[in-house]
Write a protein that binds this ligand. Structure first.
Ligand SMILES: Cc1ncc(COP(=O)(O)O)c(C=O)c1O
Length: 350
């Protein structure tokens, strides 16, 4: 399909203007030389709207656009206490005159007297924040479900009092949010073409799955040859790919498009997330230091550092062969460099 056709369909959807697009796209000269590949970076961390941008802004443009069209007053969303998505949702709400309410799970318990990183920003932005502590023996899935249940009871009370509420799932991973990364893929493909470059690989971090679903749907629509390597930061199994295909398909259907994905369309690697979500890894922290010291750029320990560790390891092992052309999608998250020590680990040389 032609990009103009997809762009026309995207234009018909309600959209808030939150970021500054297209985000920068350029070659990393020092690392290209060191690694023996042609390495470009796509700076979604520069998306705006504040200094602390990231991949969620693209999704939020469509989600907040839809919320406003539906006359929402309150926006409910979810995540970890240091969720980038939650913080960026609060920023977007402030700009668009909506009231943000967050239900955040404390995988790492915050110190109320020394708030850090995104939770501090949420509070500066004046969000209503409900921190859900994990009960002994409660799994991550159980506490996530309890957080959603508590939020829905809260929403019900507001709706009964005559208010209009809008729910955004964790990570903005809904069919509407995913359209943002169909658009993101098109933007990147156009930048690659303008730079007269043919790329072999696109590398990025995947969590809730909306970014991956949108990118792979975009690739399918344009019949683009670039392979998309998605490094998982949570440790999902194959059912995640089936769910991500469903998510992408609902997003394609929303746009009135007939193309569909299956789990086999994704190239997903979950061997770099250990020891766990919001738990630092040596390889991830090595990768943060490599990008900082070679290019003067910051990654984060939860998402982009682990994905970049995957990229470095793939080059090292020849899975990404020498002389390949590669794009690293920088999805943001560097506020985590100022999070709790449990999230950050030891970033200094040992
Ligand atoms: C910095 C960063 N990178 C990557 C991701 C993963 O994006 P997605 O949730 O769309 O899979 C997130 C999600 O929170 C993020 O905050």
């Amino acid at each position: 399909m032609e990009t103009t056709g997809v762009k026309q369909l995207l234009k018909q959807k309600p959209k808030a203007s939150l970021g500054f697009y297209p985000t920068p796209f350029y070659r990393l000269e020092n690392l290209s030389k060191r690694l023996g590949i042609n390495l470009f970076i796509k700076r979604e961390d520069f998306s705006g709207q504040s200094l602390f941008g990231g991949n969620k802004i693209r999704k939020l443009e469509y989600l907040i656009g839809d919320a406003k069209e539906q006359g929402a007053e309150y926006i409910f969303t979810f995540g970890a206490t240091q969720s980038n998505h939650a913080m960026q949702t609060v920023e977007a709400c402030r700009k668009e005159g909506l009231t943000p309410i967050l239900y955040l799970v404390a995988y790492v318990e915050p110190d109320e007297k020394d708030l850090r990183s995104n939770l501090l920003l949420d509070k500066i932005l004046g969000a209503e924040v409900h921190v859900i502590l994990k009960n002994p023996g409660e799994s991550d899935a159980e506490v996530d479900a309890r957080s959603v249940q508590l939020a829905r009871e809260h929403m019900k009370r507001l709706i009964e009092a005559g208010h209009n509420c809008y729910e955004i799932p964790m990570g903005g991973a809904s069919p509407i949010g995913t359209t943002g990364f169909i658009e993101g893929f098109i933007e990147m493909a156009e930048q690659a073409e303008a730079a007269e470059q043919q790329f072999d690989y696109l590398v990025h971090a995947t969590g809730s799955g909306g970014t991956m679903a949108g990118l792979v749907a975009g690739k399918k629509l344009l019949n683009h040859p670039m392979r998309i390597l998605s490094f998982d930061v949570i440790g999902h199994d194959r059912s995640y790919l089936e769910n991500s295909a469903m998510l992408a398909n609902k997003s394609l259907a929303l746009l009135g498009l007939e193309e569909r994905l299956t789990a086999d369309d994704f190239e997903h690697d979950n061997s770099y997330y250990q020891p766990g979500y919001e738990m630092p890894s040596d390889k991830g922290n090595d990768a943060i230091r490599v990008l900082a010291r070679e290019e003067g750029l910051f990654l984060d320990p939860v998402y982009s550092g682990k994905a970049f560790a995957g990229l470095l390891d793939y080059v090292d092992k020849g899975i990404i062969p020498q002389n390949s052309s590669v794009i690293f999608l920088h999805t943001g998250g560097a506020t985590a460099l100022f999070a709790e020590k449990e999230i950050l680990g030891d970033l200094l040389d040992k």
